[in-house]
Design a protein around this ligand. Structure first.
Ligand SMILES: [Zn+2]
Ligand SMILES: [Zn+2]
Length: 305
């Protein structure tokens, strides 16, 4: 097996699409928050709410991760587990949550899923989500990913008893790899009948989250109207394949030909994420180097459904 090691946490900017100028922070049930604001540190517990209008740092006692609720005026509160940093971004506030990578995978898998989705499609979604988080070059500065479909949708913590959390746990660490590098596995809602290679999508230059994998045009069991860029996994198609009793690995092999599923190892976070987190060995961060996209790779390979 390849030794793919990666940081255990990821920095995601949250609620930016709401353009907040003010945020409300509340500890989740039984959580204790340590809030550093304007040079003061205060402890927040119970159902007390703090109004945030400027730079803030929030963590649990001893700098650990904590569970908290964040809301912008007029929006429903969203719950996260991690450490929060709020910065100013012009007139708006930029809220960045450092969270455990697998927590982020579950949250995104939940947000990108739909009710009644077959479990194997849910697992495939968890693997592509994790692959994107691990393989994509950041298109942001100051944080890794945003929570909109510019990167991947994330509407807050996945409930512990959700199918998304189970799919994440079962596939823990699994990513799509190509020639030893993690593929920033792209996906879109519906391809319309055939997915596109990168070349066909004319998705070049800065828009490619990580050069390397060329993607392929593969037949999809669902025809109809395309929605999204059509590169990589087709979410509707993956559900259809799963409904025919196929596994997540079959789905991934179908939409990402010539790839191998491998397992990431996470480097230890600076502090313990959860008491239940497995013991991890510290390994130096070793991200695959950037490569330029070879223009001539098999862009038209077709795979039978
Ligand atoms: Zn983004
Ligand atoms: Zn499709």
């Amino acid at each position: 097996m390849l030794a793919l090691t990666i940081a255990a946490t990821v920095h995601i900017s949250v609620m930016g699409s709401l353009h907040p100028v003010q945020l409300a922070l509340q500890p989740a049930k039984d959580a204790v928050l340590v809030v550093e604001m304007q040079g003061r540190t205060e402890t927040l517990r119970g159902d007390r709410t703090v109004k945030i209008t400027g730079p803030v740092r929030v963590a649990g006692p001893g700098g650990a991760m904590a569970q908290f609720r964040l809301s912008a005026p007029g929006s429903k509160p969203r719950e996260y587990v991690g450490k929060l940093q709020v910065r100013r971004n012009g007139a708006e506030l930029l809220a960045i949550v450092e969270m455990d990578r697998e927590t982020a995978v579950a949250a995104i898998t939940d947000s990108e899923g739909s009710p009644g989705m077959p479990f194997e499609a849910r697992k495939a979604q968890a693997v592509v989500t994790r692959s994107y988080l691990a393989g994509a070059r950041s298109r942001h500065t100051g944080f890794d990913f945003c929570d909109t479909d510019h990167c991947q949708l994330m509407k807050g913590l996945a409930p512990a008893d959700s199918a998304a959390s189970a799919a994440t746990m079962i596939t823990r660490g699994q990513v799509v790899t190509y020639k030893g590098d993690v593929v920033p596995a792209l996906y879109s809602a519906s391809c319309g009948g055939h997915t596109k290679s990168l070349a066909q999508s004319k998705w070049m230059g800065a828009a490619i989250p990580q050069p390397g994998y060329p993607y392929f045009s593969v037949a999809c069991p669902l025809q109809g109207r395309a929605s999204g860029h059509g590169v990589g996994m087709c979410q509707l198609g993956s559900m259809e394949i799963a409904r025919h009793g196929r596994s997540a690995r079959i789905i991934l092999g179908h939409y990402f030909p010539n790839t191998v599923i491998d397992t990431l190892e996470f480097t230890a976070p600076r502090d313990e994420v959860r008491p239940s987190a497995p013991k991890l060995t510290v390994v130096p961060k070793n991200l695959p180097p950037l490569r330029t996209l070879a223009a001539s790779v098999d862009t038209d390979a077709r795979v039978a459904p």
